[in-house]
Design a protein around this ligand. Structure first.
Ligand code: MG
Length: 378
């Protein structure tokens, strides 16, 4: 879909949704007729289909698009934006996320958004699962609060934007020829993240190495089910300029992963094994770090807590993301000055981002200095 088609499609969605529904492509001014007054409180949802630039393949799935849930809180003349990217592995989808948000719509519009900690606590109590929906609501509230305060979210959290990390650019599993092409397209990024975990690993790394000498980070997405295979692969990767390996074995195989860690020379980072804060303590001695994602944790505030807990326990920290638009990726980027590693490229993998937020220059994340998330229409 080209940009004009996208605008037409979003315009149609706007019309279908009724007056006052600001499509994400139209930003916070709400060209569908945003007539929010000082006392109005409105929570809106929209499932947006994000089109991938390349078919995206990992050990879990292969797809040409992803549906994410966009949420808007219109209140006191300010529109807060949020997004959640439901994670298939946790049996989430966009329709379920939307239903979850609508189930607490009256609670949100009837509550004081300044008491976001209490409000989100109540949402977490009422809604089982549906962490992408919770993330969408949390991001919406934090964007609203940041805009009302007139400060960018990194400042709200007391962070220095010049500490924002270099993000890796992710290369999904593909044929050697397409892998080489993707590596060439990622020329501006100083560090790449390579997806492995299928039986094509050797060919994938060989294809990458035929095109670049950059440092690599490798994500096996639980793909190696045999601990001896995992040890052999990781020690081979250590000879290939790889910095660390993410989630080599299935999340539940913690004792096997501990066995692997004692026999390899690269740090291991937990992703699927670390969804929320309560998962972190049991990973000590098994992983060297954790990959925190807003869509796993349930938003910015939960991700912030996870990062602090992991740091306090001496673990390395990483911020990751799902395939999503600039709403969700920008939200995560505001916390990136806190972490050791960033993998925040989900918006760069899509062709129809409705917003512009965080930018990337030579791999470095450039945080918007506008209030809240600091989003603009694309
Ligand atoms: Mg991962």
């Amino acid at each position: 879909m080209n940009r004009r088609d996208l605008m037409r499609a979003l315009g149609a969605a706007c019309a279908l949704s009724g007056p006052g529904f600001p499509s994400p492509a139209l930003g916070r001014t709400g060209a569908c007729g945003d007539a929010s007054g000082p006392s109005e409180s409105r929570l809106e949802t929209e499932i947006v289909r994000l089109k991938l630039r390349h078919t995206w393949t990992t050990t879990m799935s292969s797809s040409d698009f992803r549906d994410t849930l966009h949420v808007r809180l219109v209140r006191d003349g300010v529109t807060g934006h949020g997004e959640g990217a439901p994670i298939i592995r946790y049996k989430e989808n966009a329709a379920g996320a939307k239903e979850a948000v609508l189930s607490v719509r009256d609670l949100v519009t009837g509550s004081d958004p300044w008491q976001f900690e209490k409000l989100l606590g109540e949402i977490f109590r009422r809604v089982p699962g549906q962490y992408a929906a919770k993330a969408a609501l949390d991001i919406t509230l934090m964007d609203w609060v940041g805009q009302k305060l007139g400060v960018p979210l990194y400042r709200f959290f007391g962070l220095d934007p010049s500490d924002a990390r270099i993000t890796t650019f992710s290369i999904g599993i593909d044929t050697p020829e397409v892998t080489r092409q993707k590596v060439r397209e990622a020329q501006a990024f100083p560090v790449l993240k390579i997806k492995v975990g299928l039986d094509t690993d050797d060919a994938t790394i060989a294809a990458v190495r035929s095109a670049t000498n950059k440092p690599l980070r490798v994500d096996a997405n639980e793909g190696w089910k045999d601990k001896e295979v995992a040890v052999r692969k990781i020690n081979w990767l250590a000879t290939q300029g790889v910095e660390f390996v993410e989630q080599p074995m299935p999340a539940e195989m913690l004792e096997e992963t501990r066995w692997v860690r004692e026999r390899v020379r690269l740090p291991l980072i937990a992703d699927e094994a670390c969804q929320r804060a309560r998962d972190i303590p049991k990973l000590l001695g098994i992983f060297d770090g954790v990959n925190v994602k807003l869509d796993k944790a349930g938003g910015i505030l939960e991700a912030f807590k996870m990062i602090q807990i992991a740091r306090a326990l001496g673990l390395k920290t990483m911020l990751g993301c799902m395939v999503s638009s600039s709403v969700s990726v920008t939200a995560a980027a505001h916390l990136s000055p806190l972490v050791d590693y960033a993998d925040l490229d989900g918006n760069l993998l899509i062709a129809n981002d409705p917003f512009a937020g965080v930018q990337v220059r030579n791999g470095k994340l450039l945080l918007p200095d506008r209030p809240g998330l600091g989003l603009n229409p694309a």
